[in-house]
Ligand binder design. Structure first.
Ligand code: BYC
Length: 479
C-alpha cells in the first residue's frame, strides 16, 4: 500500500497520480465541491483558524494530526484502510471466493445505488448543520461541530472517489448530482427522509449525532465487510473518524442533562413535569429531552429501510452488504435455512414472528442499533439518578412515528400500544416536540465565543480535545 501523498491537490493513499483520467476527473470535481462548501457549508467562520484533526495516515496509531486550519484549507483526502492480502468474501453466495477489486457487472446497479445513498447523507448533514456556528455554546463545541462537518465532507470525497473510479460516466454524473441535491429542498431533496429534517438548535445537533450518526456507523459497519474490496476499505477508514461524531452527540446530551439536573437540584425543583419551573432557570426540561429522543430515534429508525426487505436480502446474498460485525456472527453466513424473529402487527396485535433470516437483514441491523441506543439512554438516566431526580428517559417503541417499514401504516404510542390514527394525532403533542418547545430551545441558543465560557444550559465537558484543557482557544474568532 502506498503512503499518504500530501503534496498533491487531493491527498490520497491510492496512488492517484498513476491514474491520470481519474486524477483529472477528481480535480474537475474539486472546484464544484468547494463551491458547494462555500454556498451551503458552515455559514460564517470560514476565515477562522479552527483546531482540527486531519487524517494523515491509515495506520491505527497516529492516523490524525491536530492543528489550526481554516476550514476551506482543510485537506479533504481519499484514504482507504490497508488492503488485506488474500481477503475472501465473508458471506452470501460467493462466500469463500476472493474479494473483488473491480465491480462485478451483475452487481453494478446495486453497488452504485448503495454508494450514492451513502454519499448523499454526508453533504446533507453538513447542509443541515450549516447555521449552528452562530449559536455555539462554547468554542469547544463550535470546534467539534466544524470537525464533524469537515469529516462528513471527507466522507463525501470517499464515495465520490468510488463513483469516479469504478462507475465511468454514470459515476461522474452521480458525483455531480451529490452536489446538486439539497437538504430540505422541495424540488431536489436529499434521498433519505432524516436528511431533509432541520437541525435548528444544538439539542437537535447532539441528538442527531447521537442517533443518526450511529445509523451511519451501523451502515458503514455493514459495508465494511463488503466483497467489493475498495468499498470495504473506504468504509473501514470512515469508521475511524465516525467514533468522534457519536461521542460529540452522546456527551453533548449528557452535558445538557447534567446541567438541567444540577439546576433542578440547586433550585429544589423536585417535579420534573414542572416544565415552566425548570425553564424559568434557563435550562432544558427533561420532558423536552424525552420528546427530542422520541423524534430523532424514530426518524432514524426509518433510515434502516423496511424490516423485511428484498433489496437487503439481495445485497447480502451478493456479498455486497453484510450484517453488523458479520465475521463475528456464529452461523453459516449464508442464511440458507435460518430464521429470525421480527415484530409485526398481526390481526391488530404486535407479535414476534419467525421469518426467513435472509429477508430480515434490515430488521437485525435495527435490533443491533436499538440495543446500542438503549445503553446510551441508560447512561443518561444514571446522571439524572445521581442528582436524586425521579425521572427516567426511555427509547420509544420501534413502531412509534414510523414512515417506512412494518409499522408505517399503524399508529403506535411510545409505549408500544396500537391506537387509532385520530387518537395518535391528538396525543402526538405530548410525545413529539411542539413548535413552542422548539422556540424555547432556540431562545436559549446565545453564543459563547470566549475560551472556557459555556452557555448556561450545558455543563462544560469533562475533558478537552487532544489533551487540551476546556478553556483552550479551539476556534480563533477573527477580529
Ligand atoms: N427514505 O427494501 P427497502 C450516515 C427506499 S447514515 C426514502 O425498504 P433497503 C450519516 C429504498 O431506497 C447511513 N426512501 O430498503 C449519518 C428503496 O427504493 P428503490 C447512510 C427509502 O434498500 C449522519 C425502497 O424504499 N448509509 O452515513 O434494504 C451524518 C425499498 O427499500 C428509505 C446507508 O443508508 C428512506 N428512509 O434499505 C452523516 C447505506 N428507506 O431502490 C452520515 C446505504 C428505504 O426500490 N443504503 N427507502 O427505489 C442502504 O443500505 C439502503 O439503501 C437503505 C435502505 C438502508 C437506506
Amino acid at each position: 500500500m502506498s503512503a499518504v501523498d500530501y503534496d498533491t491537490l487531493i491527498p490520497n493513499n491510492v496512488d492517484l497520480s498513476s491514474d491520470k483520467r481519474l486524477q483529472r476527473a477528481l480535480e474537475q470535481w474539486y472546484p464544484q465541491f468547494m463551491d458547494w462548501w462555500k454556498t451551503v457549508g458552515p455559514e460564517g467562520f470560514q476565515d477562522c483558524e479552527v483546531y482540527l484533526r486531519t487524517a494523515v495516515s491509515v495506520e491505527r496509531d497516529g492516523w490524525a494530526r491536530f492543528g489550526y486550519v481554516k476550514m476551506p484549507e482543510y485537506r479533504w483526502g481519499i484514504l482507504l484502510a490497508p488492503q488485506e492480502e488474500g481477503r475472501k468474501i465473508a458471506f452470501g453466495k460467493h462466500k469463500g471466493e476472493p474479494v473483488w477489486q473491480e465491480v462485478p457487472g451483475e452487481y453494478r446497479a446495486m453497488l452504485r445505488r448503495l454508494i450514492v445513498i451513502q454519499g448523499d447523507t454526508e453533504p446533507a448533514s453538513v447542509e443541515q448543520q450549516r447555521f449552528l456556528g452562530a449559536t455555539a455554546p462554547s468554542l469547544y463545541d463550535m470546534r467539534n461541530l466544524f470537525q464533524v462537518n469537515v469529516e462528513e465532507g471527507r466522507h463525501l470525497w470517499a464515495m465520490v472517489y468510488l463513483l469516479q473510479k469504478y462507475f465511468g460516466r454514470d459515476g461522474r454524473e452521480e458525483a455531480e448530482a451529490l452536489l446538486e441535491r439539497r437538504s430540505g429542498d422541495a424540488d431536489k431533496p436529499r434521498i433519505l427522509g432524516a436528511f431533509n429534517e432541520k437541525t435548528p438548535d444544538w439539542l437537535s445537533f447532539f441528538m442527531f449525532t447521537t442517533f443518526t450518526d450511529r445509523d451511519g456507523k451501523m451502515q458503514l459497519e455493514s459495508l465494511a465487510n463488503s466483497g467489493f474490496d475498495p468499498l470495504a476499505r473506504t468504509t473501514r477508514f470512515m469508521l475511524t473518524e465516525e467514533g468522534h461524531h457519536m461521542l460529540v452527540g452522546r456527551s453533548g446530551v449528557s452535558r445538557i442533562i447534567r446541567r438541567s439536573s444540577a439546576v433542578m437540584r440547586e433550585q429544589g425543583l423536585a417535579d420534573p413535569a414542572d416544565i415552566a419551573g425548570v425553564r424559568r432557570h434557563g435550562v432544558i426540561d427533561l420532558p423536552t429531552i424525552q420528546k427530542k429522543i422520541n423524534f430523532h430515534f424514530s426518524v432514524t429508525l426509518d433510515l434502516f429501510g423496511a424490516e423485511i426487505s428484498t433489496n437487503a436480502a439481495n445485497a447480502f446474498n451478493a456479498g455486497i452488504k453484510g450484517r453488523y460485525r458479520e465475521p463475528w456472527i456464529d452461523d453459516d453466513h449464508q442464511l440458507l435455512n435460518d430464521s429470525y424473529q421480527v415484530v409485526q402487527v398481526i390481526d391488530g396485535v404486535l407479535r414476534q414472528v419467525d421469518v426467513p433470516a435472509i429477508s430480515a437483514i434490515n430488521a437485525r441491523l435495527l435490533d443491533d442499533y436499538i440495543s446500542e441506543c438503549a445503553n446510551i439512554v441508560t447512561s443518561w438516566n444514571r446522571i439524572i439518578a445521581d442528582h436524586g431526580i425521579d425521572f427516567e428517559l426511555r427509547l420509544p417503541h420501534r413502531g412509534f412515528n414510523r414512515r417506512v417499514g412494518e409499522f408505517s401504516e399503524y399508529a403506535i404510542s411510545p409505549a408500544g400500544e396500537l391506537m387509532t390514527h385520530s387518537d395518535w394525532a391528538r396525543m402526538s403533542a405530548q410525545w413529539l416536540p411542539s413548535d413552542a418547545d422548539g422556540d424555547y430551545v432556540v431562545s436559549l441558543m446565545q453564543p459563547q465565543y470566549r475560551a472556557g465560557q459555556y452557555a448556561r444550559w450545558i455543563a462544560p465537558p469533562k475533558g478537552g480535545i487532544d489533551g487540551k484543557p476546556g478553556d483552550f482557544e479551539y476556534v480563533r474568532i477573527a477580529a
